[in-house]
Each structure stands twice: as C-alpha cells, then as structure tokens.
Write a protein that binds this ligand. Structure first.
Ligand SMILES: [Zn+2]
Length: 236
C-alpha cells in the first residue's frame, strides 16, 4: 500500500487513484543528486536535494528540464550516442551549474564509506527508458569532447563504474520534449561477499512541460508525503 493510500485511507483513496501518477514534487532548479545510499546490507537509490538537505524516494519527485536549456548537437561521431543529428537541438540539464534556473544534477555515492564495497566500486546502469525521444548521459572535457556514460540509442553505453565516497555531475540530454521514465540500477559486491547486491528504481524526467498539476486532494497528500519525507530523512 502506498503513502497516498495510507494518508487518505481506504475507500476515499480509491476515488483518487488516477491522481497517484501526479503526486510527485518538482525538484528545485538547484543542486540535486541522484543519490546512492547503503544501509543494513542494501543499496538504496533516491533523490538528494543538496542545498535543502532533503531526500525523496525516486517516485516522490521528478526532475524538470526547461525548454530553454538546450545545446546544438555538434558534428562528429563522438556525439552519435545522443541520438540527435548534427545541428539538432538537445534538451540538457547541464553538468556545470551555469544558471540558477536549471536543475544541476549529479550522481552521488558520497554517503557510502570507502571500504564497504570491493574496490570501492559500484556499477550504475540504465535499464528501461520510456519517453518521446532518446536519453543520454555524458561528461565533456575542457576541449568540448564528450565521454558517453549512458544512452538509450541502440548499441549505446548502458553502464559505467562509480567510486564510493564520490560525487560527479553529468549532462543529461533528451532529444524531444515530454515525460521520460528512466530506470536505473546500481550494484556492487560488499567486501567479504561473493555475490553483488543491487537496487533498481524508476525516475521521472519532464522536459519542457511540467507534470500536470495534481488535484487538490493529491496536492494535500503530496505535501503530507513531503512532510513525512522531510521528517524521516532530514539530516543533522
Ligand atoms: Zn552534486
């Protein structure tokens, strides 16, 4: 039973099931990390809003990329993983914190103490992608050359390694506006173990259009969920 059901209770909640999809908070256009935690033998994917010190479960919030945040896909096969043709517009949440109006999104494993996983290493991978276009993730060096990390293009990279205790930012690119559901997994093998452990979660990214306003009931439930999340997860 999910949180909305618990808050509204039984029969009342049933009437509002269609609104469940929209009971998500839009993340601030601020420093946010797709956080990787480890607790009591389990890896845990979440959202981590850095400046507010808040965490949300993956399905409690969504990332918003405004239509104004774009790059033009450069020439060269090094950019083919983006799924965009040369000269085509790519919608991007950039890996450098350029403007205060655009989400600055990283992948953070700094909550995990080194020495927990073998080689202090985790594998971050892209599973299913639904949406109107191609999703890709990359970093760009000082010469403007990209290194692809993930791509939903056929044959594109679907996983990369992370070091625990670390934190890195990437360009998050989309070839078309709309709502995307991206499923990510993280896995690693604990020191002293032989089999890896993993967590998988689906994250929502809205490019250009915010996810429709929740109904007033869903909004109230959303606020209650937020309050619970804040209470449960607020850090010292
Ligand atoms: Zn970060």
């Amino acid at each position: 039973m999910n949180k909305l059901h618990r808050i509204l209770g039984g029969a009342t909640a049933l009437a509002f099931i269609p609104a469940l999809t929209y009971a998500q908070v839009q993340l601030p256009a601020d420093h946010v990390d797709l956080g990787i935690g480890y607790d009591a033998g389990a890896l845990e994917l979440h959202w981590h809003v850095e400046d507010l010190g808040l965490e949300y479960a993956p399905d409690e919030a969504y990332a918003f990329v405004p239509l104004s945040s774009t790059i033009t896909r450069p020439g060269g096969v090094a950019w083919d993983f983006t799924g965009a043709l040369e000269g085509q517009t790519l919608f991007v949440a950039p890996g450098t914190d350029q403007t205060p109006t655009v989400l600055f999104l990283g992948v953070g494993s700094e909550e995990i103490t080194n020495g927990t996983f073998q080689s202090d290493s985790l594998v971050f991978s892209l599973g299913g992608v639904t949406g109107p276009g191609v999703f890709s993730l990359w970093q760009t060096d000082g010469f403007g050359t990209p290194t692809a990390a993930l791509s939903s293009v056929s044959g594109g990279p679907t996983s990369f390694s992370l070091t625990t205790g670390g934190h890195a930012h990437y360009d998050w690119g989309f070839t078309a506006p709309g709502v995307y559901e991206l499923t990510f997994s993280v896995s690693g093998t604990l020191v002293g173990e032989t089999l890896p452990i993993a967590d998988t979660a689906t994250y929502t990214f809205a490019v250009g259009t915010a996810i429709p306003e929740p109904s007033s009931f869903a909004a109230l439930a959303g606020l209650a969920t937020l309050a619970l999340a804040a209470t449960r997860r607020r850090r010292a």
